[in-house]
Design a binder for this molecule. Structure first.
Ligand SMILES: O=c1[nH]cnc2c1ncn2[C@@H]1O[C@H](CO)[C@@H](O)[C@H]1O
Length: 541
């Protein structure tokens, strides 16, 4: 018996030793071990008290009963009231390495920014009525002053479809039958987010949910791509990330459209001016934090240049040279290049191989380096074009892989990622809402970590999904595995800096800042919860 138990222990240890968090687990300080004990105890306690499988879930449609790591949109309200979530909210997170900028600011805040801009007008292409509110989308646009209208309402019988109404009129005079001004807000917010009825009911397949998902970007794009709103948007993105403990952000910015709307309503602001605006806001935020003595809380940001994987090779060539020119003008801001959009239905990387290979050569001639940071394998497919994107992303030398949801099916690719230190930007809540997985316990993240591949945990499109910051993704991952522990959290946080596009010196600064805030975090856990959750024995292996 003793012999068996020894062999059992050895086997478990050998298996766990492959995980990249093992070195972190081994190095936990005494205080961290105590804090780890507290976290595990709270997880066990809440698995029973909150996520008890006998309890009915509150929402329809969705899972009928509660469980840890259950469908996020039905669990969200419960999550925010847990002690574990409150703790994770205080955790320093390091870097956010995968988020689409235009889906990072709470939609009610974006709407508030829009309402403050008299240039913003709204129209609909079909009459709005209580029974069409869900299907008719608002179309926004900033207009030139000469085009401003004083049409009073979107919902009057006199309104003729396609005419532009000033946003304030549209809101103030929204028909009482459809909820008045608050009804207007709800209508816009519904168009910008995915709700549980859609994800788990009416749109419960990847293809269906992507239709709704894409439409949210069509609604928000002309608002965000208006210079006065864009600067406010970036500022809010940075500040809200910082308030969730994120100290560095590397958003993907969509440069598919060549120009932004200026304050005068002309659509003529080119990409280099977008960069100038981004840099200005970034510096303002850094200065403000410095003035408050909070330099450790924010180290900066770099941008991943992105365009759509639907364009032609000629259009891609234009974008690649645009990206090169921007890298030369803003070397400290351009982190990499990516192609985005629904992998299952749009073009695979192999379609673009010529311009992509030429781009690599051109960089060598110019002596610049813009790594590819490709989305690949964001699919349930096996051997489909989206799955096969993984081979091309790796052959093209991708620095990290966006999603890599299907990577775990490919042992050879897992081995290459492990050996070449290709980090996987995993977005578990996004994958669940976009219907690649039903819940966290079904998600491949543990398989990837168990094979020794590094992961950065990311939120992807938090304004659409409601997983603002990184606390929600950390929560879902932490409760869905008995193996995950404080060392795992530490690995995910430190890796988000290690695999970022920061320079070595900046990384050193980031690690020192993290060391300081992590120590405070551990002290917070022990001071607040050490008494009530510290004395029990650690949960078994
Ligand atoms: O998870 C994702 N995979 C691929 N593309 C995405 C994802 N999330 C957002 N976008 C794409 O990024 C653009 C906004 O910047 C949108 O067009 C959207 O299709």
């Amino acid at each position: 018996m003793e012999d068996y138990l020894k062999k059992r222990q050895d086997l478990i240890q050998q298996d766990r030793a492959l995980r990249p968090d093992q070195t972190y687990v081994d190095a936990l300080s005494l205080e961290e071990r105590k804090a780890d004990n507290v976290l595990r105890n709270i997880r066990t306690y809440e698995a029973q008290a909150v996520w008890n499988g006998d309890k009915p879930a509150k929402h329809e449609p969705g899972p009928s009963h509660m469980f840890p790591g259950m469908a996020f949109l039905t669990a969200r309200e419960t999550i925010v009231n847990t002690e574990l979530f409150k703790i994770l909210g205080k955790m320093p997170k390091g870097g956010l390495l995968h988020a689409h900028l235009d889906a990072t600011v709470r939609v009610d805040i974006l709407l508030r920014f829009a309402i403050q801009q008299p240039a913003i007008h709204v129209r609909v292409s079909e009459p709005l009525a209580p029974n069409t509110l869900r299907s008719v989308l608002p179309q926004f646009r900033p207009l030139r002053k000469s085009e401003w209208t004083n049409i009073p309402s979107l919902t009057d019988p006199q309104y003729s479809s396609g005419s532009w109404v000033p946003i304030q009129n549209a809101r103030n005079n929204f028909s009482i039958e459809m909820g008045g001004p608050e009804g207007f807000d709800r209508w816009v917010i519904d168009a910008l987010m995915i709700n549980p009825s859609e994800a788990y009911g009416t749109h419960n397949t990847t293809t269906k949910i992507w239709q709704k998902f894409s439409s949210t970007f069509m609604v928000s794009n002309p608002l965000i791509r208006f210079a006065p709103i864009w600067t406010q948007y970036i500022r809010e993105f940075l500040l809200s990330s910082i308030s969730d403990g994120i100290s560095y952000v590397e958003p993907r910015i969509m440069f598919f459209m060549k120009n932004m709307f200026g304050e005068d309503g002309e659509e003529n602001i080119p990409h280099r001016v977008w960069f100038q605006m981004y840099e200005r806001v970034l510096n303002e935020v850094k200065e403000e934090l410095k003035a408050q003595g909070r330099e450790d809380d924010f180290l900066g940001s770099r941008i991943i240049y992105s365009t759509m994987r639907s364009i032609s090779c000629e259009e891609l060539e234009w974008h690649l040279s645009d990206c090169l020119a921007l890298k030369q003008e803003f070397p400290h801001l351009v982190a990499g290049f990516d192609l985005v959009g629904h992998e299952d239905s749009l073009r695979p990387l192999i379609d673009y191989i010529e311009p992509l290979l030429k781009f690599v050569e051109r960089q060598k001639e110019l002596g610049v380096h813009i790594p590819f940071i490709f989305h690949a394998g964001e699919t349930t497919g096996d051997g489909t074009a989206a799955d096969v994107n993984l081979y091309d992303a790796i052959l093209l030398g991708t620095k990290r892989i966006g999603h890599g949801f299907s990577l775990y099916k490919h042992p050879k690719l897992m081995e290459i990622c492990r050996e070449k230190d290709i980090c996987i930007e995993m977005c578990p809540i996004s994958n669940e809402i976009l219907r690649l997985t039903g819940s966290m316990p079904m998600h491949p993240l543990p398989a990837v970590i168990n094979h020794g591949v590094h992961v950065a945990l990311c939120s992807d499109d938090p304004s659409v999904f409601g997983n603002m910051g990184l606390s929600f993704d950390f929560f879902q991952v932490f409760v869905a595995s008995e193996v995950n522990n404080l060392g795992t959290l530490r690995m995910l946080v430190w890796d988000s800096i290690k695999f970022s596009s920061l320079e070595d010196q900046e990384k050193q600064r980031a690690y020192s800042a993290l060391d300081r805030s992590w120590t405070k975090f551990i002290k917070y856990i022990l001071d607040k919860y050490g008494g009530s959750f510290g004395d029990k024995r650690p949960v078994s292996q």
